[in-house]
Design a protein around this ligand. Structure first.
Ligand code: UDP
Length: 355
C-alpha cells in the first residue's frame, strides 16, 4: 500500500507535546515500512525522529483539546499548521492509496468527504469536545469502518458510533526496553505534566511512603507544575525532564513500579506498556486504557479511581508481582508485529470496503 500519515498538529513529532500518539505514530510507521508498504509522513516543522520520511509543514500549532471546555467552538490560529498539512494532503493525495489521520481535531473529519481517496482516522483520546464528537459520529456513519480507537473503554465515551469500530491497542519495539529484575527502592511517574494526568497523587504517594519518585515528561502546564511542586515541596521526588526512549527506559527499569494517576479516561497509556516491557509493574487508577492493560495482581494493581490510599496500599504488595511476567506480557500482547497486523488489517478492510 501507499500510505500517507498525517501527524498531530499540537507539536512537532518527537517534541512530546502530542503525548502518546507521537510514539504510536512512530511505531506504526516503522512497522508498516518493515512490512514493505510505502510511507510518507506529514508533520509540523521541527519534527525529528530517526530516519522517518517526514514532509515538514510550517504554521502555528493547534491548541490541545484537553485544555478546552466541551462546548468551546472549533478554533484555529492564523496560518494554522493543521490546515497547511491538509492542504499538502490535497495536493498529493492522488499518489497514495490511503490517508491516515492522527489528529484529534475537527478539520480532518470535515475534509474527509472532499478528498478522492479514503481516510482512516485514528482517534487518540477519549471524548472531550461536543463538536468533535458530532463529526466523529457523522464520519463513522458516512464512512463505516474508518474510525480506529486504542481501546473499547475509550470508544465507549463517544455517543452512537456506527459499527464496525476498530480497537487497535498499541505496541512497542521490545528491543529498545531492557529487563531489570532487581530494582532500586524508587518509583517512576511518566507522562505529560498536565492536570488530567494527576501527578500530584503520585507525589502524595512518595511523601507518604518516603520512597523517591522519578518524574519524567514534558511540562505542558507550567503553572500547574509550579503549584504542585510547592504543595509537595517536602516529598522525595526528582524531575528528570523529557527524556528520549533510551534514557527514559534506563531509569524506569530500575524502579519498583510505575505509578499512573489518570484523572480522565486515558485512551490507552503507552507508558504502561513501556514499563511492563522493562519488567516494571504498574499501579494505576482503574479507569480507561490502563484498566484493560494491567492484569490486577499479575502485572500490577488497579485501584479505586482517585484513591491515593489505594495507591499507597498497592505499593506494599509489590513483592507479589513477578517482574518477568510483566516483560512476558508486554512481549506477547504489545509487540510491534502484533500492532502492525492490527493496523494492516484495518487499512486493507477500508480499501476493500471502498472498492
Ligand atoms: N515520554 C517520553 N519521555 C519522557 C516521558 C514520557 O518519551 O520523559 C513519552 C512516553 O514514551 C509516551 C508518552 O510520552 O509515549 C506519553 O504517552 P501516554 O500514552 O502515556 O499518554 P498521553 O500523553 O498520550 O496522554
Amino acid at each position: 500500500m501507499k500510505l500517507l500519515f498525517v501527524s498531530t498538529p499540537v507539536g512537532p513529532l518527537g517534541s512530546g507535546l502530542g503525548g502518546g500518539v507521537e510514539l504510536s505514530l512512530y511505531n506504526i510507521a516503522k512497522e508498516v515500512m518493515r512490512r514493505g508498504h510505502d510511507l510518507q509522513i506529514v508533520a509540523p516543522a521541527g519534527s525529528t525522529w530517526d530516519d522517518l520520511p517526514i514532509m515538514q509543514i510550517s504554521g502555528s500549532l493547534q491548541i490541545i483539546a484537553q485544555s478546552l471546555e466541551r462546548e468551546t467552538p472549533i478554533a484555529m490560529p492564523s496560518n494554522p499548521v493543521l490546515a497547511n498539512m491538509w492542504d499538502y494532503v490535497r495536493q498529493v493525495e492522488s499518489e497514495y492509496d490511503l490517508i491516515v489521520n492522527f489528529a484529534y481535531d475537527w478539520l480532518p473529519f470535515y475534509l474527509t468527504p472532499f478528498l478522492k481517496i479514503p481516510v482512516a482516522h485514528f482517534v487518540s483520546m477519549a471524548s472531550l469536545s461536543d463538536a468533535l464528537d458530532l463529526i466523529i459520529v457523522q464520519t463513522s456513519k458516512q464512512f463505516p469502518g474508518t474510525i480506529g480507537f486504542y481501546t473499547s473503554a475509550q470508544a465507549a465515551t463517544f455517543p452512537e458510533l456506527t459499527f464496525p469500530i476498530y480497537y487497535l491497542s498499541s505496541g512497542i519495539d521490545l528491543s529498545l526496553y531492557q529487563f531489570c529484575g532487581k530494582p532500586k527502592q524508587q518509583f517512576a511517574w511518566l507522562g505529560r505534566i498536565s492536570p488530567e494526568k494527576g501527578l500530584e497523587d503520585a507525589l502524595a504517594v512518595a511523601k507518604s511512603t518516603n520512597i523517591p519518585l522519578k518524574v519524567m515528561g514534558k511540562i505542558q502546564d507550567e503553572s500547574y507544575w509550579q503549584k504542585i511542586q510547592q504543595v509537595y515541596s517536602n516529598a522525595p521526588f526528582e524531575y528528570l525532564g523529557f527524556l528520549s526512549t533510551k534514557e527514559m527506559q534506563q531509569v524506569v527499569r530500575q524502579c519498583q513500579a510505575l505509578i499512573m494517576t489518570p484523572r480522565w479516561v486515558e485512551a490507552f497509556g503507552n507508558v504502561a506498556i513501556e514499563a511492563l516491557a522493562c519488567g516494571v509493574p504498574v499501579i494505576s487508577y482503574s479507569r480507561g486504557g490502563p484498566a484493560s492493560i494491567i492484569k490486577h495482581g499479575e502485572t500490577g494493581f488497579l485501584v479505586e479511581p482517585d484513591s491515593v490510599t489505594g495507591l499507597i496500599e498497592a505499593t506494599k504488595r509489590l513483592d507479589r508481582i513477578n517482574r518477568q511476567t510483566c516483560r512476558d506480557t508486554a512481549q506477547k500482547v504489545f509487540s510491534l508485529e502484533a500492532l502492525g497486523e492490527r493496523f494492516e488489517k484495518w487499512f486493507v478492510d477500508i480499501l476493500n470496503f471502498q472498492v
